[in-house]
Design a binder for this molecule. Structure first.
Ligand code: ADP
Length: 281
């Protein structure tokens, strides 16, 4: 199996011995969100994150990859400004209003069953005081982008799991956020639906020029989607390694390529080492 061209054994690996073949990601522009030395302890004594450092670079698709319970969702909520760190700092660059600068997609679509697709996607604009009349164009345009232009009047119970997730993505995008945060959004979907949504998400990201931070515990999904993968240790979560996935975009044909298999092997090896060497879980 061919090594990816950028494989080097001299990787940075969060202070631990560098996993062979894991490369530091290339430097990008100024970060739009920076976490420095961030720790998060909950009231029950659980330390979810410990001295966690992360820069989110404009235009990248960044995945946080790690075992269940390692603090991925906690990190995402901190980036969203939904919770505060116990120590350390978080800085956002270029957001005039963090609430509208960040779109959040949860693992469950969390749609209002009593509202139509239109009503669900309109919700964030309604909360921001936008009238339904003014919201019609942005809502319909966003529905068209996720392939649901003909479903505006339909209720969630009439939709498949994949379509519900598309509504959830549209709801996150309708405020035109700079940063899209996604917490295992496709985990509950069947593989074929998941693959289709992977491709559609990448196309959306390209056409809208979004920056995405994506939480997953799937090596395969993280490699397929990402420009950069941050591998985390078991709880308390820390950055163990970074992998730059320097594969061409769009990624048609990537999933069955030898290059994809090689990146999956790199990520799997990094994850295995993170599990063996890092954290205390
Ligand atoms: P992941 O997303 O990687 O599965 P989480 O960030 O959800 O992990 O959780 C990390 C750890 O913090 C887990 O042990 C979880 O039980 C704990 N945790 C998460 N949220 C809370 C909370 N609000 N109160 C107490 N413990 C929490």
């Amino acid at each position: 199996m061919a090594e990816p061209a950028n494989s080097r054994p001299d990787a940075r690996a969060g202070g631990a011995l560098a996993p062979k073949g894991v490369t530091p990601a290339p430097k990008g522009g100024a970060a739009i969100a920076s976490l420095r030395n961030v720790s998060k302890a909950f009231a029950n004594g659980i330390v979810a994150l410990d001295r966690f450092d992360l820069d989110v670079r404009p235009g990248e698709f960044l995945s946080l990859l790690g075992p269940s319970g390692c603090g991925k969702s906690t990190a995402l909520r901190l980036i969203a400004g939904l919770s505060a760190p116990s120590s350390g700092t978080i800085a956002w660059e270029g957001f005039d209003n963090r609430a509208r600068g960040v779109g959040f997609v949860f693992q469950e679509p969390t749609l209002m069953p009593w509202a139509t697709v239109f009503g669900n996607v309109y919700l964030p604009l309604r909360l921001a005081g936008v009238t339904q009349e003014t919201a019609r164009t942005p809502v319909m345009e966003t529905l068209a982008r996720v392939g649901l232009a003909d479903f505006a009047a339909v209720y969630p119970r009439e939709l498949s799991g994949g379509m519900k997730m598309r509504v959830s993505i549209a709801r996150a995008l309708v405020t035109q956020p700079k940063l899209l945060l996604m917490d295992e959004p496709f985990a509950a979907l069947d593989e074929i639906t998941r693959f289709k949504l992977n491709d559609d998400l990448l196309a959306l990201k390209e056409s809208l020029g979004k920056t995405v931070v994506f939480v997953t515990h799937s090596v395969f999904e993280s490699v397929y989607l990402s420009n950069r993968i941050v591998v985390m240790t078991p709880r308390p979560g820390r950055v163990y390694a970074e992998i730059a996935v320097d594969a061409p975009s769009p990624r048609h044909g990537f999933r069955t390529s030898a290059e994809y298999a090689a990146f999956c092997r790199l990520a799997s090896e990094a994850l295995e080492r993170a599990m063996a060497e890092g954290g205390t879980a």
